[in-house]
Design a protein around this ligand. Structure first.
Ligand SMILES: [Zn+2]
Length: 338
């Protein structure tokens, strides 16, 4: 079997790998219907996050169950399933509280940019659909696995409610789906911070009412100008840099909510600034598993079309070009067809 391995900065190879097998009785093997490249894959790809050894890549996945271990009860061969990028038992005290991405048995998914993948803790991690979904819904179902689940968590953690004023910092796929999520949750005004025309267009399509192109303190001033001199009720930080974190905190009104779902790189926060900002902060790796049943239902009922973030589709063996296109911002997100 061929799979994707990152050897070092900008060195992605599609090469021969062992066929995944059941290792533990709670595992399942999935034949992927589609997989994709995540914005977070770009951190090691760009060398910002060191790669110590050749690393199998890919953590967003959906497909058909090939085989299950002898202790798997709910997931069955031939079912179509979607799983979270975080492996969880969905039964421990943390999972029951809705934080499956910090499950006591958590592992992070890997190796999914391939044609077959092993999913540990299959009963807890995977959600099966009743029937095989139509082909045209596969991209949107794949999106629920991470990028939509993360955007949804960003909106939920930022307390988006009917009538809220929302700011989304970051116009990557997660930020754009944060806009879609805020719209679904009934936000009245959604301000997307973006400088890229094609992304602004998609943000508007997903429900953004305003676009702010300024960044940093200028961006914050523009947000306040649009909002009677104060920050927004809810701000979603979907990048993970020092500048974007500060822009998000300063764009939140006192008493408001700021969520952060971009994996932070080199971010440090000043205690005094936090103290006087007086905002609720909540973020982390999104507990996608909590939202999967609801998100899958919204996709199957064609209420949302998050698959639109995939503006490049390539055969899986062209994966290296998929990384290049996202790195150079020629593509928002690359879908890979095994
Ligand atoms: Zn758990």
């Amino acid at each position: 079997m061929l799979g994707t391995v990152l050897y070092g900065p900008r060195d992605v190879r599609f090469e021969e790998r062992d066929i995944p097998k059941i290792v533990k009785p709670t595992d399942a093997i999935i034949r992927l219907s589609a997989t994709c490249i995540c914005g977070s894959d770009l951190w090691p790809y760009r060398g910002i996050q060191a790669v110590a050894q050749p690393t199998p890549m890919g953590h967003e996945y959906c497909g058909i169950v090939e085989e299950v271990g002898r202790e798997v009860r709910n997931i069955k061969p031939s079912q179509f399933v979607v799983g979270s990028f975080a492996i969880s038992d969905n039964t421990c005290v943390i999972c029951r509280d809705g934080y499956q991405s910090s499950c006591l048995q958590r592992e992070f998914m890997t190796s999914a940019q391939a044609s077959l993948v092993r999913v540990p803790l299959a009963d807890g991690t995977l959600v099966a659909t009743r029937d095989l979904p139509p082909k045209e819904l596969i991209p949107s179902l794949l999106a629920t696995s991470d990028v939509l689940g993360t955007g949804w968590f960003a909106a939920d953690a930022a307390n988006v409610k009917p009538g809220s004023t929302v700011v989304v910092v970051g116009d990557g796929a997660v930020g754009l789906l944060g806009v879609l999520s805020a719209k679904q949750m009934g936000a009245e005004r959604i301000i997307a911070m973006s400088r890229h025309e094609s992304r602004q267009k998609l943000a508007r399509e997903f429900g953004a009412t305003d676009i702010v192109t300024e960044r940093g303190d200028e961006g914050v001033a523009r947000i306040k100008e649009l909002n009677n001199g104060v920050g927004a009720d809810s701000v979603l930080e979907c990048v993970g840099t020092q500048e974007s974190m500060m822009q998000a905190i300063k764009s939140t009104r006192p008493g408001g909510y700021m969520s952060y779902v971009g994996v932070p790189h080199g971010v440090s926060l000043d205690g005094e600034q936090l103290f006087f900002a007086e905002v609720h902060l909540h973020g982390g790796p999104a507990p996608v598993r909590r939202y999967l049943p609801e998100l899958i239902k919204l996709v199957l009922n064609e209420k949302i079309n998050p698959g639109k973030v995939f503006d490049l589709t390539l055969p899986l063996d062209h994966v290296a070009e998929g990384y290049r296109a996202m790195d150079e911002r020629r593509a928002i997100k690359t879908l890979l067809r095994p």
